[in-house]
Design a protein around this ligand. Structure first.
Ligand code: MRU
Length: 364
């Protein structure tokens, strides 16, 4: 039942060992996840064995990143089926997991898929079927991200040909690497593939306040020996003005069927700076991150997180306690600023037509 941890194609390298960001535990009825709240300072795996532990891990960002949220929710439903496989238990687990975080569409996608598989079954059959389906969700995520890596690598290679004799300069925001998926990552998969295939490159890593996901990106890149530099969030525009960025590649938490991109707060400003400076701005978007029901990015729910994420830096109060704080966690980049969407089926124009060409089964 256990999917292989270090099968060919796995990219997660933790202290020299190939792992996945989520793994079925030895007991076959719980999962182990890398605790991202402790990274990059401490490597700790956390066991999730009951539904409440899974919902807490998603909500408090022990695990994070749109595809990994979906994969973890799939296993969360499976874990819940061991405790209560009744129709009421299935509905309750679906509702509790669905309420953990509002923006990443992968959560709804994974729960919908799991529910469709489990609802027709007798309760006694559900737990085993759920673990098998969750394993498939994870394996498919690995394949999607790997394919995104292959397509995106061609963009980096093309940039290398335009700039012979020096490393390609790629800017990324947040963490859309293997920590945010099951393996490979979305935005980082092209970087890993290009690096492994000998393309000289260097990555500008946005720090990504307030949760500092850029430090996770830096940690990942360090594990794989990819040259990179961490920059404050406000530095990207300056670097683009100075011709120090060849292309941007970011991930997405939800992209509409028309190509509007919702991603980590600050992505929009990077897209504006890229547009003003003629820097190509690509979004790595696996199909489970595409919301085929939405036409307009403004309709995407934006998660508002707690004030303390802004008030405190590494446990130190940095904002006057009397000052109110706002903490929107995502923003929307309109499709006009997106050069292309790197999907598992190739690179699509950021438009309804562009996505329809690659995903005709979703056309309407
Ligand atoms: O709030 P997070 O850390 O879950 O947000 C993650 C991001 O915004 C990533 O860039 C995103 O999920 C891209 S896809 C891997």
């Amino acid at each position: 039942m256990r999917s292989p941890v270090a099968c060919s194609g796995d990219r997660v390298k933790v202290e020299g060992t190939w792992r996945r960001a989520i793994e079925l535990a030895e007991d076959g009825r719980s999962v182990n996840v890398l605790d991202q709240a402790r990274l990059p300072y401490q490597i700790a795996w956390r066991r999730l064995a009951v539904l409440a532990e899974v919902t807490a891990a998603i909500r408090d960002m022990t695990i994070r990143g749109a595809p990994l949220i979906g994969a973890t929710a799939a296993y969360g439903l499976a874990i819940a089926m061991h405790a209560d496989p009744s129709d009421a238990g299935l509905a309750r687990a679906h509702a509790e997991l669905g309420a953990t975080r509002p923006t990443a569409i992968n959560l709804r996608w994974a729960l919908h898929r799991m529910h469709a598989r489990l609802a027709p079954l007798a309760p006694s059959e559900r737990a085993e079927a759920a673990f098998a389906e969750a394993a498939r969700v994870c394996d498919e995520d690995v394949a999607l991200c790997s394919a995104i890596g292959d397509h995106g690598e061609l963009l980096i290679r093309a940039a290398a040909e335009r700039a012979p004799g020096r490393p390609v300069q790629v800017l990324t925001h947040c963490n859309a690497g293997w920590l945010a998926t099951v393996d490979w990552g979305t935005a980082l998969a092209p970087i890993y593939k290009a690096h492994e295939r000998g393309v000289a490159l260097h990555v500008w890593v946005d720090e990504t306040r307030p949760r500092n996901q850029g430090l996770l990106t830096a940690w990942e890149l360090t594990q794989h020996g990819v040259p990179h530099t961490v920059i404050a969030d406000n530095a990207g525009g300056h670097l683009m003005q100075r011709g120090m960025v060849d292309l941007c590649i970011v991930g997405t938490d939800r992209t509409t069927r028309t190509g509007d991109v919702c991603n980590k707060i600050g992505t929009y400003l990077k897209a504006l700076a890229a547009h003003d400076n003629g820097v190509p701005f690509y979004v790595a978007a696996p199909s489970p991150s595409i919301d085929w029901t939405l036409d307009d990015g403004e309709a995407i729910p934006i998660e508002e997180r707690g004030a303390d994420e802004v008030r405190y830096v590494a446990g130190h109060l940095v904002v006057p306690l009397t000052s109110p704080v706002a903490n929107p966690a995502f923003d929307v980049t309109p499709r006009r600023y997106v050069t292309g969407l790197i999907t598992e089926r190739g690179i699509a124009a950021a438009s309804a037509e562009g996505l329809r060409v690659l995903f005709p089964e979703h056309a309407r």
